[in-house]
Design a protein around this ligand. Sequence first.
Ligand SMILES: [Zn+2]
Length: 495
Amino acid sequence: MWKISQRPHSLLFRVLKHRYFRNGSIWNATKGCQPSYGWNSLLYGRELLNKGLQVQVGCGNTTKMSDPWLPTIPPRAPSLLPYTNPLLEVSSLIDPRTNQWDQQRLMDSIDHIDHQIIHRIYLPPVPQHDNVVWSYTKDGNYTVKSGYHMMTSNAPSDTDRCPPLAQYPDLAKNIWTVDAPPKLKHFLWRLLSNALGIKSTLRSRNINIDPLCSRCCSADETKDHLFFSCPFANMLWHLTGIPITYLQSPHIQFEDKIRYLLKIMEDKLIPRSTRLLPIWTLWRLWKCRNDLLYSAKDHSIQKCYESINADIGEWVSIMSLDPINSREIRTFSSHTSRWEPPPVGWVKCNYDVSLTQYPTSGMGWVIRNSQGILLNCGMGKFEGRHTVEEAEASALVWSMQCAWSLGYRRIIFEGDNLNLCKHLMQCSSAPKLRIFLMTIEAWKQQFTSTKFQYTGRQGNKVADKLAKTILLKYQDWNLFHTCPPFLKHYVICDQ
Ligand SMILES: [Zn+2]
């Protein structure tokens, strides 16, 4: 089904289109009368595909607000404000003059918890048509393996599709501002949206398993038991020194207990090492429970407590190493390749991003000649993207625009994201990057000669420094025609 949908010029596609969806799309075509055996089986496959398909907004003309157009896993529609018409087109959120998201319209129609997700969706400067991508692979192409994985993993089923945490908007909002690594915030989100495989939750979904807590065997394993009232949990909270009377009470709702813990985590008057304790304790309790259940490993309470402190120590030191808290998610740890100057007659433009989890990320580019002399460089802030590849592609588009307007026509563009570079060099299909690749291709036509190259992180240090530096600046962007002082050391090292 996926293969057919991706080849609209094939004979098979055209035959099917003629018979079953002459005026519509393959994604919402109906059975029709006297469907063939083949079409029937395709529709069956489409049911599975539909669960993992995300609409990628190009101009938003053919996408409705209620379509799954947010690049979340699984993909979903944004939470609309009560009076927003779900059948409205997504293009109504885009300012036609700038072709950017219209902040006022977002505020008028969509719950603010989804604003950041939307801002990170790239809109091409020249509008392109909307299309669908498969969410469960990196490049957006469907694979049998990823389809099978989606089916068997505990992705929420249709029955509990109601937006998670809709009843607790304050919690939903506060989770993401907690001082903790993304995986822990995600864990907390899953815990509160009943998406963790806790026994009572599984039983409520008609999965027949032993309901008792695997540790104390004296009560059912519910969220409250596992994290607060089980004697093991209780003693662990005791060690952390966090007041537990409230947490122990059977009359207080689970969500209120989490609210209480979130307050501790946010209170700047409490020392940081203490503020970090609640979320790491919850996390450790969950890990210990899984170790016991699946690997028969029984950790002592003392050992658990030590692990919590070790985790916190590590987190604090990681965050203090990196003054701007940037979280660089890189998929490729490079070998130590140095920067190489371009051949005579060419210039080379290195580009990079510094992707953070905050609303602002940074990008930078630097153009140098065959002697390694810096000719121009720039750095700017942007709203970030949902994947590193998308962010890197955005930086590349921006560097191409700048290089062109500065008059360069024979130029090598070099980045340190292997996946993006592969797609650029091999022109392979990557539905998730389609809009970027088309924009890059259009810019490429403007130059006399261009090359796209990959380098390891060592070869991209100057661009990396620029992308990080802008995040410390008050301005939104900077353009330099000589080497700025903060960059001198890095440029000289490359020469
Ligand atoms: Zn127990």
